[in-house]
Write a protein that binds this ligand. Structure first.
Ligand code: NI
Length: 229
């Protein structure tokens, strides 16, 4: 399931984040340093040093923004987030070849382990600012090329092969992170999300009813059956 989250960041937050990422002293380092296994060989971008104060400020900003988005909460049913990271694609460091993300991530900061059920990319650059740079999510039947407005984000299953196409003009700034969901299986999360969205629409159209209450019960019983806290 791919979910487009619109305007995750307010205009103020976006401006603040861009100013930090574009500052002359922003601590960019080679992205390959943080990639695991196979991904290291195809990762050719830059990443903000995780232990910098810039990264700490941006992490807090992104976490606060994403966690107030109701669509994110319904689609991801989040249990844990692996700390947001920040990358830059431009010039000679401009692409990330096809790879799979590690299933289990170890947070250096907390020592905590997070299973990467869902991947998220949050865009800080507008599509008009750069050429290329699409997040390409592989699928034999319906491959997706994702390039969203600044402030928007995409959620996609952690199971998918993906790459970032070469940026041939301008700069692409983004944050990426992983979510361990209370519901591990993508298809179960999708069913719960569809049910939740349908319930919302039903209540909007007809108000509260016995039937909506019973359907809400079914939602929660499925979540109880499939979810783990
Ligand atoms: Ni990746």
């Amino acid at each position: 399931m791919l979910i487009h989250l619109k305007q995750v960041l307010t205009a103020d937050e976006l401006a603040q984040a861009r100013a930090l990422l574009q500052a002359n002293d922003a601590p960019w380092i080679a992205g390959a340093a943080s990639a695991g296994g196979q991904a290291r060989h195809v990762k050719n971008n830059q990443q903000l040093a995780q232990n910098s104060s810039t990264a700490a400020t941006l992490r807090a900003l992104v976490l606060a923004a994403i966690q107030r988005d109701p669509l994110y909460l319904s689609a991801a049913l989040p249990k844990k987030i692996f700390n947001p990271l920040f990358n830059r694609y431009s010039g000679a460091t401009n692409a990330y070849g096809a790879h799979v993300d590690n299933a289990i991530l170890n947070s250096r900061a907390t020592g905590e382990r997070v299973r990467s059920d869902i991947s998220c990319t949050l865009f800080f650059s507008d599509p008009a600012e750069y050429d290329g740079g699409e997040l390409h999510i592989h699928d034999p039947y319906a491959a997706q090329n994702i390039k969203l407005p600044a402030g928007d984000a995409i959620l996609y299953p952690g199971t998918r092969v993906h790459d970032v196409r070469p940026v041939t003009r301008g700069v692409r700034l983004a944050s990426f992170f992983w979510i361990e969901s209370m519901v591990r299986a993508d298809e179960q999360r999708q069913l719960l999300f569809d049910l939740d969205m349908t319930l919302l629409a039903l209540r909007r159209r007809h108000g509260e009813s016995d039937e909506a209450m019973h359907l809400a019960g079914t939602y929660h019983n499925l979540l109880r059956m499939w979810g783990a806290t």
